[in-house]
Each structure stands twice: as C-alpha cells, then as structure tokens.
Design a protein around this ligand. Structure first.
Ligand code: C2E
Ligand code: MG
Ligand code: MG
Length: 586
C-alpha cells in the first residue's frame, strides 16, 4: 500500500496536455514509478484503485479543476502529497493552490531542476506524514491497551485475579434475569476465610496474599465453568452457582470446599491450616434481585461466623433483624465505653448461719440514654463477641476495687468484693497485669478481692487456668466458680485448681424445695465441694423456705433477693456493720 524503503515511490501525473505528461514521465520515470492521467476524473478512478505517494496535477483542465481535485485526493488517501502545476505566473494562484491543500506548486514553462527538487521535498513530506500516522496508530493502540488494563483493574481483584465485587454483582444481575425467565434456581455463597486478619497481622502481607491466592485457586476447583468466584476484599469471597437443583447442590459445593481446606497451606516460611465460614442465599426464595441476595447471604455468613466459624448457614428471615439489631447495639456499646455510661450495683453475699455480710458482688449495668437501665445479660454476650468486654471489665474491676477501699476508709467492717470475669477476659494475656495494677492503684489488699469465673472459661484450657489461678492465689486473691452446675466441669478437674468457693447456679436453687432432682443436685454438689474443702454459695435465694433447706444442707453462704437485691453503693451501706475506729483498715 505504501512505498516501502526498497520499492520506488509512486507518482501520478495529471495534465490535459499530453506533451507535458510525457515530459514529466520522461524526467521522473527513471527514479519513480510513474502513472499518468489526462483529466481529474480519470485521475480519481486511478486513485480509487491504488495509492500514490505523490500527485502532480495541472490546475487548469477541462472538467474538474486541479484545485477541486486536491481535497478529493486527500479524502481518498490522506497521506498522498499533491503538487500543483500552473501555467499562470500569478502568485494568487499559487496561494489558492496551497489553501486547497497542495504542498507546493510548479510553474509552467517547466524548469526541470525545479521539478526534481520539488518532487523530492514532496516525497519527504509524504514520508513524514506516513510516520506520523504510524506513530499515532501506535499511541492509539497503547491507549487501548491501557484502557483495557484500567477496565481490568475496575473489575478484577489485583491479588487473586478473581472478578471483584462490581463484576460479581454484574454477573449476578444478569443471572437473576436469565433465571427469572427460565425458572432456574441460583445459589449465592458468601465465604469468609476464618482468622485471616490474624494471619495477616502476625505473618505480614506477603504470606497473607499467598494464602488468599492459594485459597482462590482451591475455591475455583470447587465450581463448574458457568459459575463465578469473586473476591470482595479482605477475607471475603463470593460464589455464584447457576442452575442448581436445590440446597443439596449447594451443600455439595460447600462440602468440596471444606474438603480442599483439609490440606495445609504452604506459605513462604509457614505452613498453616485454614477454615472458612459460608452464608447462603437462594434465588428466588431469599431475594429477587442481586442486592437482596447478597445482603441475605451476608446475614447468613454473619451467623456462621458467630457460631464459631468453619461452618455454613442458609439464610432465614430472622437473621436480618438479628444482624441489624446487633449492629446497632454494638455501635451503641462502643459509644457507651467512651461516655462511661456504665454503673455498678452491688449485691451482698451473706453467711447462712449468721446472715452477716461476707462480701458483695459487683454487677454492671448500662445506663442507656434512651433505653434506660440495660441488664448485663443483654449486653455482656455481645461485649464478649466483640472483645469490648475487655475494656468494660477493666472499668468494672477498677471501680469495684476503688469502692471497696473507700468503704474501708469510711470505717465499715472490711468485706470482699466479687468481680465477674468472663471467658474472653480470662484468656486476655494482659488480665493478670491489669489486676495487679488496679489493686496497686486502688490500694485494696488482694484478699479483699474475689474473682468469679465460669466453669467453661476454665475448661477451655485447664493448664492455662491452673497457671493463672495459682498466680492469683499466691497473691492472696480469692477465686469462685460462678453458675456452677451449668457447665461441664468435673469436680475431679477442679480439684487441681486453687479455688475457694463454688456458687451453685440459681436454676438449681430455685426449685430445690419443690423438685426432687434439683434438691439431690444441690445436696451432691455441697457434699462433694466440702470434701474438696471448698465453700458453697447458693445463688438466687428468694424465700425463707429455700434458706431453711440450704441451712439443712450445710451450705455456707447465700446471695439473693431474700436478703437484698443488687443496689447502688450508697444505698448498700445501711446494711453494713461499722467497726471500732482502732481496728479499721487504713
Ligand atoms: P451472676 O454473676 O451469676 O450474677 C448473679 C445474677 O443473679 C445477677 O444478675 C443478679 O442480679 C441475679 N440475682 C441475684 N439474686 C437473685 C435472686 O434472688 N433471684 C433472681 N431471679 N436473680 C437474682 P445480673 O445483675 O442481671 O447479672 C447477670 C449476669 O451478668 C451475671 O450473673 C454475670 O454473669 C454477668 N455480669 C454482671 N456484671 C458483670 C461484669 O461486670 N463482668 C462480667 N464479665 N459479667 C458480668
Ligand atoms: Mg457472678
Ligand atoms: Mg451466677
């Protein structure tokens, strides 16, 4: 198409005078590949058949003039250079020719040297035009590639090369439209790699990314070609299963996912096992558009994660409210810590024989700006899940120790203050240090502090519990097991631990006077505890009858509404004994 470096440049010479055409062909034919035409019309036919590098055209011809021809040449072939021949010496014609798009003009009578020089310049210009075009094409190609790359970035995850959320939503929307028309079922699986944040934080982003990539590969191996796997970010992936027969198909997919996770991940410098949680929503049952399906799969995933991970949940209608409600409560709870919206009520623990107060238990309440006083059973489980229990628990411990010390300073007979420690707090590495610091700062002697643990937090790791409890015991802190009888601990395992008291759960105490089985349980616990030299405290004692029964069983202490409900600190002091000034703790 164009004159390569080896082939001769192509010239088209147009003039209605045959003589001039022949003269020029004679002159230029040795160096260039010359054709000729006797009119503009004839030239256009030739130009439509092949491309010329240079057109030399007369201006004044019968029919179409040379000036009219120039723009038409350029339309047919933009890189072709036109040089005009003009019999008129007038400068005005030359200017008109250049305005029409000609590169140069040659006057008649023809000066041969002038012609050769002009043709050479025109061909150089033609070459330049071609290079410019090539350059422009290259840039355009580059731009196109770049746009494609940007598109890729917009639709694919850079770490795993999987489609991202935007592309997944796109495909889901299409799939829903198709499924609606064809009556198919779709499965949307929201998948989260359990504990990923921990891996990322402790091993760094390199191994974290390798884990994500390997996980993505394994996910892909669990699906068919028509399905889509995407990464939504962080540890979240999504899977779209098309044309499924029902829940069994989805469960099979999840089964193969759990199967491929049975093998360890070989990360640079580390080998680890990973588990995943899955939330599932189904079209059309759980939503008729992509947004609803994703939202509901997300709610199901939330439930799967909350029940410990490494499992799956199908969406059910109540999940939604649950997730939304908890989210609102969680936000409020974070704010409550900042605003110190908590307060403590204290409930006395008294000796069964003398009804003297031996201690008080600190029970936290949340003074919510709108809901009023919120009971701990409503927010402690959430605080546990979110880890917010750690700062809340520390606050309670500090306030309780300070309060007890204040009572002593005010001249009341010294008593123990019991503080509840939940499982999450107990397994917090810093707890022991926090306890030591708070005791030190509040000036409370350790033997006036009683920490209440549940069986389950001890049973999670008995070795660890033994170590921590021994440390506390050596400091002089008292240890009680709360809600005893509701967990799965054996008294045999408790035997190895330095415990002071068992608090029998109120569910047994409540019916001990009416239910034979509960009575037997309370009796058995008391006898066994005494054999292990542990004190027995009955919780939730509400009636005189219960008290009589517990006294009969030789239970040591009671706590319950019968003696006092949990009360604010200032209301409690009326129940306290004062001690003579000289024996006060200072
Ligand atoms: P818990 O440690 O077993 O506390 C005893 C619960 O029984 C308290 O409920 C108390 O108000 C209630 N109670 C006491 N006597 C009676 C009675 O005669 N009849 C009945 N029906 N109930 C009685 P509360 O204050 O609602 O606390 C519930 C649970 O919340 C506590 O059970 C404890 O496990 C937890 N909790 C409270 N404060 C804290 C805290 O500061 N930290 C932690 N980690 N948990 C706390
Ligand atoms: Mg308690
Ligand atoms: Mg209890």
């Amino acid at each position: 198409m164009e004159a390569g470096h080896n082939s001769k440049p192509k010239l088209l010479i147009i003039d209605d005078e045959k003589q001039i055409r022949e003269l020029l062909v004679d002159l230029l034919g040795g160096v260039y590949d010359c054709s000729d035409a006797g009119s503009a019309e004839e030239a256009l036919t030739a130009l439509s058949k092949q491309t010329f590098d240079l057109v030399i055209s007369d201006i004044d011809m019968g029919g179409m003039s040379g000036l009219e021809l120039v723009p038409r040449v350029h339309t047919l072939s933009p890189d072709t250079v036109v040089v005009m021949l003009s019999g008129n010496q007038d400068l005005e014609f030359a200017i008109r020719a250049l305005r029409a798009g000609a590169f140069d003009y040659i006057t008649k009578p023809i000066d041969l040297r002038h012609v050769e020089a002009s043709v050479e310049r025109a061909l150089q210009h033609s070459q330049l035009l071609k290079e410019k075009r090539r350059y422009k094409e290259q840039i355009e190609e580059l731009l196109q590639q770049r746009t494609a790359q940007v598109d890729r970035l917009a639709y694919y995850d850079t770490v795993t090369q999987l489609p991202n959320r935007a592309l997944f939503e796109d495909r889901l929307t299409q799939a829903v439209a198709v499924a609606k028309a064809s009556g198919q079922l779709l499965g949307v699986l929201f998948i989260s790699l359990d504990q990923f944040k921990k891996v990322n934080d402790s091993l760094g982003h390199g191994p974290g990314d390798s884990l994500l990539r390997e996980f993505a590969e394994r996910l892909k191996s669990c699906i068919s070609r028509t399905d889509t796997v995407a990464r939504f970010g962080s540890d979240e992936f999504a899977l779209l299963r098309m044309g499924i027969g029902g829940t069994t198909d989805v469960i099979e997919t999840i089964g193969s996912l759990f199967q491929v996770l049975r093998f360890s991940f070989d990360l640079p410098g580390h080998e680890l096992y990973a588990t995943a949680s899955v939330g599932v929503s189904l079209f059309p049952f759980d939503g008729e558009d992509s947004q609803t399906l994703l939202k509901n799969a997300g709610a199901a995933l939330y439930r799967a994660k909350k029940s410990g991970g490494a499992n799956y949940q199908f969406f059910t209608a109540d999940m939604h409210e649950l997730a939304a409600g908890r989210l609102a409560l969680e936000t409020n709870l974070r704010r409550a810590i900042q605003n110190e919206e908590f307060l403590i009520h204290y409930q006395p623990r008294v000796s069964v024989d003398s009804l003297a107060i031996t201690g008080v238990e600190a029970l936290v309440r949340w003074q919510h700006p709108q809901f009023g006083l919120v009971s701990p059973s409503e927010f402690i489980p959430l605080a546990e899940d979110t880890g917010l229990i750690v700062p809340i628990g520390e606050w309670v411990l500090r306030k309780a120790c300070e309060q007890n010390r204040r009572w002593q300073e005010q001249g009341f007979a010294p008593i123990r203050i019991a503080v509840n420690i939940s499982a999450r707090q107990f397994h917090d590495q810093d707890l022991s240090q926090t306890v030591i610091r708070i005791l030190h700062e509040s000036g409370l002697a350790p033997h006036y502090l009683d920490l209440e643990l549940t069986e389950s937090s001890i049973m999670q790791n008995v070795e660890f519990a033994a170590e921590v409890l021994t440390r506390w015991k050596n400091m002089g802190i008292n240890i009680s097991i709360d809600d005893f009888g509701t967990g799965f601990s054996s008294l045999a395992s408790l035997k190895r631990l330095p415990i002071d008291a068992l608090k029998i759960d109120q569910s047994f105490v409540r019916d001990a006077t009416t239910d034979q089985d509960d009575a037997a349980i309370v009796m058995a616990i008391t006898t066994l505890a005494h054999n292990l030299r542990l004190k027995v405290v009955a919780e939730g004692v509400e009636t005189e009858e219960q008290l009589r029964f517990l006294r009969l069983l030789r239970c040591d202490e009671i706590q319950g509404f019968l003696f006092s409900k949990p009360l604010p600190a200032d209301m409690l002091v009326s129940l306290f004994d004062s001690v003579p000034k000289d024996t006060r703790v200072s």
